[in-house]
Design a protein around this ligand. Structure first.
Ligand SMILES: [Zn+2]
Length: 402
């Protein structure tokens, strides 16, 4: 099949092609070439011309929690079965928004491994999932109250042991938590060093929730492959990350969305909540205010250091959208980078960090045909990503906007 659109954003952070086409066969991109040339060379191929539209690689959300049920007000009803259905529902909602790959950075134990298996067996549809199993936090540390969503583990050897168990059970990545909403690192440096070392010894990667100081610096020193949030990161730290080849997943939307929602709740005098997650957020309102302001103030300066930036959404509140990558990219553009640069954070950059360069995240010969087609010119208007026309996974259309 030949797909044509006025605009193609290839995902490398710079290339925009006009009046180009993709030749797709057997789920792969076989050729990227001017539309007329491809049509002439392959006259028997079916042609789909989207006209005033943009074709880009399917989006990658580097920070999701597909099975996050903890903020549900009726959480007492959630057992493993209901959590599994919720996980799959969130996976589908993400796909319909154009997200064809996610990195799930802690969920109830095994739920994403089983979703991957169910997909392989053909039971369900889901994006490609890189899964971290559950998170690992210090006793009483960030995430400790999330039942089986976070293991409380202390001490270097115990952390190594938990990492080995999670890898044994099918985790692709490991997720640590190291800071809550104060300037305290929950783990000691030797524990963080051990975690990173244990993963790297096994040729695996590790990400860490680190939003404040000194946690951000300690996690950079330990060599975590991706720093999640990095809310109060300094320019000096971003330069160190660039030097060490570490990537930053800012999750601007998470803090900004939560702050905006908190403002609404407080305006409506909702100062209490029925669930532990929302109650914690309300309690930490001032933190979210400062966090949202920090992203707005610092994002461009940090981006300009050249540190690899990846798109992640971290939607954990009840009623929040699933994997709203488009909105995260809109914040990035609002705070100073171009739409083409923003798209790279959710395509080429993320594919590289996932070890999938050339396979996903770029419109390039030989890549899997995971594609997003949106109305208009996304290279000029990032909001075009909200106007999904079609999503392809492995060369097959999975969703068509009605
Ligand atoms: Zn998260």
């Amino acid at each position: 099949m030949i797909l044509i659109a006025n605009t193609m954003v290839t995902g490398d952070g710079k290339s925009v092609l006009r009046d180009y086409a993709l030749l797709i066969q057997n789920g792969k991109i076989i050729e990227v070439a001017p539309a007329e040339q491809l049509k002439n060379n392959f006259p028997d191929e079916e042609v789909k011309d989207y006209g005033n539209a943009t074709i880009l690689p399917g989006l990658i959300d580097m920070h999701v929690h597909l099975g996050y049920w903890y903020s549900k007000p009726d959480g007492y009803e959630y057992n493993q079965h209901l959590i599994a259905y919720l996980t799959q529902y969130n996976a589908l909602r993400a796909m319909f928004g154009g997200v064809t790959t996610v990195r799930s950075v802690s969920d109830p134990h095994m739920v994403c491994q089983k979703l991957v298996q169910a997909k392989e067996k053909g039971f369900v549809r889901a994006p490609r999932i890189f899964n971290c199993d559950r998170g690992i936090c210090a006793t009483g540390g960030h995430g400790w109250m999330l039942e089986d969503g976070c293991a409380q583990v202390d001490g270097a050897d115990n952390i190594r042991s938990e990492i080995r168990k999670q890898l044994r059970d099918g985790a692709h990545w490991i997720k640590m938590m190291d800071s809550d909403r104060s300037n305290v690192s929950e783990y000691r440096q030797e524990e963080l060093d051990a975690a990173a070392d244990e993963c790297h010894r096994s040729n695996r990667k590790i990400c860490v929730h680190a939003g404040t100081q000194p946690s951000i610096q300690m996690c950079i020193d330990a060599g975590f492959d991706t720093i999640e949030h990095g809310t109060f990161m300094t320019v000096e730290q971003a330069l160190q990350m660039k030097e060490k080849g570490l990537a930053w997943v800012p999750t601007i939307i998470a803090y900004t969305y939560i702050y905006d929602e908190m403002v609404k709740k407080l305006a409506a005098n909702q100062t209490e909540s029925s669930n532990v997650v929302d109650a914690g957020l309300l309690h930490d309102f001032e933190y979210f205010r400062a966090a949202a302001a920090a992203y707005k103030e610092n994002f461009k300066k940090l981006y300009d250091t050249g540190v690899t930036v990846l798109a992640g959404t971290d939607m954990v509140m009840d009623g929040a959208p699933a994997a709203p990558v488009a909105r995260e990219l809109q914040y990035m553009v609002e705070y100073g980078i171009t739409p083409v640069e923003a798209i790279a954070t959710a395509t080429g950059n993320s594919a590289r960090v996932l070890g999938m360069q050339g396979q996903i995240g770029e419109l390039t010969q030989g890549a899997v045909a995971d594609l997003l087609v949106v109305e208009g010119d996304a290279s000029a208007d990032i909001c075009a990503l909200n106007r999904v026309k079609e999503v392809y996974q492995d060369g097959a259309a999975i969703h068509r906007a009605i």
